[in-house]
Structure formats: C-alpha cells, structure tokens
Design a protein around this ligand. Structure first.
Ligand code: C5P
Length: 227
C-alpha cells in the first residue's frame, strides 16, 4: 500500500507543547495539540521508518498506535531536551514540531500558591533552544528539521520572518506553518513553506495535516539525497 522507502531509517519526532510548572497544580503552557507531529510519525512509520515520538502533553486519544512507533513522554522543555539528546545519536532524522516554552518559572513551589495577601511575582528564566542546540552540535550525525508558526505583519511577510528564522536556527530544513492563511493551532488544514538553512524555498503546499506530513517527508528525503 505504501512505498517502504524509509525502511531502516530512524526518525525522532517531538510533538505537542511543553508545560513549565509553577506549583503542583499550575503551569505555563501553550495550545499546541501535537497533531502535526503525530501525522508526521504516522507518515514516516507507514513508509517503513522506525519512529520515536517524544510526546509533550499530547492528549492520549491523539497518540498513534503503530508497531513502528515508540512513544516517549516529556513534560517540560528540559525533559524534552534530555529525551532528544538521548535519542539523537541513533537517529537519521530529527524533527522538532513541539512548541517549546521560551521561559520557565525560576523556582517551583512544593505546595499550591495560595490566594490572599500580595499578588505573586513570578521570576522567569530562559529555556534552552533545543532545535538550535541540535543544529549547532552535529555529533549525532542526524538531519535536523524545525518548525515555525509565523504570521505576517507591518514589519514583514510570513516568508521574511521564516527566512530569518531558518538562518538563525541553523536546521537543515525549517517548516514554516503559515498561520492565518488557512492554518492555526488545532486546525485540520495547514499551509506550509519549507525552507533550507539558507532561507531558500524547497516546497510550498497546503492541505490536511496528513497530506502536509507527506510533503515534509518527501522534502526531507530529497534534501538528504541532495536534490
Ligand atoms: O523560535 P521559535 O519558537 O519560533 O522556533 C520554533 C522551532 O524551534 C520549533 O521547531 C521548536 O520545536 C523549536 N524550539 C526549541 N526550543 C525552544 C524553542 C523552540 O527547540 N526553546
């Protein structure tokens, strides 16, 4: 049914969104569902790849069941980095679709922050940029792919921002999710532009997340073959 063109390859894919704890019941999070990462994991597995899916707070109902997909859980950005660094040396392709919190609370309290008295003042510290780290230190030897949700504004177009990010991140490919054209968090239809590390366009497509997952895998395969 599917071409087994990825047989013998290992893909490590992060999905979902990190949650940074404030106290035992609260966190700083985001609305990423993990759908794109799950679609990519399935697309790669259907084509014969072995997939490690590092799921960050993905709803259990969305998680795929496939003999070639191993699911690992990560909650916070630091846990996700740990997982990615651990899995990277065995991978041919690393894909970071997860929405990673840029900041985390400097401290987490053991008991719930109580109301009353003064308004709490949270200190934040910066999280590491996992994608940038994976792109900068190539000791793992894998091909590195990042994602970016961008909108245009008065300062520039979606592609202007995407190209700048592609160059800044240093990943081999950056998949720019053109939010607001047809796309957005949790939506079924997605518009993507895939840029290389020089900011040049490699693919441009729109459709369902599973169709777009196929385009991403095809573009990765072409780029790895040097075409
Ligand atoms: O900079 P921005 O968050 O838009 O970049 C998105 C890409 O960078 C995604 O691939 C995301 O997984 C990755 N990222 C990361 N670590 C961070 C922030 C983003 O790996 N701290």
């Amino acid at each position: 049914l599917y071409d087994q063109d990825l047989e013998g390859e290992r893909y490590v894919i992060s999905a979902g969104g990190t949650r940074e704890p404030i106290d035992p019941v609260r966190f700083l999070g985001n609305r990423s569902t993990g759908r794109f990462g799950v679609a990519l994991a399935l697309a790669a597995a259907h084509r014969g790849a072995d997939v490690d899916l590092v799921a960050c707070n993905v709803d259990a109902a969305l998680l795929p069941h496939h003999p070639r997909i191993t699911i690992h859980a990560a909650g916070t950005a630091l846990e996700l980095r740990e997982r990615m660094l651990g899995l990277a040396p065995c991978a041919q392709v690393l894909i970071m679709t997860a929405a990673v919190a840029d900041f985390r609370p400097a401290t987490t309290t053991d008991s719930k922050v109580k109301k009353g008295g003064s308004v709490p003042d949270f200190e934040l510290v910066e999280n590491p940029d996992i994608l940038k780290g994976l792109a900068a230190d190539r000791s793992h030897g894998a091909f590195v792919v990042g994602f970016a949700a961008e909108t245009g504004d008065e300062g520039g177009s979606v592609l202007d921002y995407g190209r700048a990010k592609a160059r800044a991140k240093g990943a081999d490919l950056l998949v720019v999710n053109r939010v607001g054209e047809t796309a957005g968090f949790g939506d079924v239809d997605t518009a993507i532009t895939i840029l290389d590390s020089a900011g040049e366009t490699r693919s441009d497509a729109a459709g369902t997340k599973s169709q777009m997952a196929g385009v991403v895998i095809d573009t990765i395969s072409s780029a790895r073959k040097g075409v």
